[in-house]
Design a protein around this ligand. Structure first.
Ligand code: SF4
Length: 132
């Protein structure tokens, strides 16, 4: 199965523990999170609406909330994508292992996660915080 994911969602998926904006968002994210762990799943990368955004109540006319918020989200995506190959179709399990290697300290996610409202619910961010 093929997943299409925006850069910063690679970190969100690692930290996901069942919280979301509404029921359909959470159901979809739970499915995507299960898919990315399955054998033979592949991931292509983007900095635009993806397989998680498609069930999100914040997605309006192809933008996350509004122009300003959308620009902020794209900057977060690009912070992740600049360390990866956006042209490549990744094996999902290898990609998420690579994410663990690339983002292994609180500093490494400072431009991506510091202003996120899900800090306290995010297992990935909490783990990096506790490693300090
Ligand atoms: S639309 Fe925005 S808030 Fe919703 S999943 Fe996509 S990036 Fe996140």
């Amino acid at each position: 199965m093929k997943l299409h994911l925006r850069g910063h969602h690679l970190l969100c998926l690692k930290g996901f523990q069942g919280y979301g904006y509404d029921e359909s968002f959470t159901e979809n994210m739970t499915e995507v999170n299960a898919m990315r762990k399955s054998e033979n799943a592949t991931v292509t990368l983007t900095n635009s609406p993806d397989d998680i955004c498609r069930a999100c109540p914040n997605l309006k006319n192809g933008l996350c909330v509004d122009e300003a918020e959308n620009s902020r989200i794209i900057r977060m995506d690009n912070e992740v994508l600049k360390k990866l190959d956006i042209e490549k179709e990744y094996d999902a399990q290898e990609l998420f292992e690579k994410i663990d290697e690339l983002f292994n300290s609180k500093e490494s996610v400072s431009e991506i996660c510091f202003n996120c409202r899900w800090h306290e619910k995010c297992l990935f961010y909490q783990k990096l915080s506790n490693n300090r």
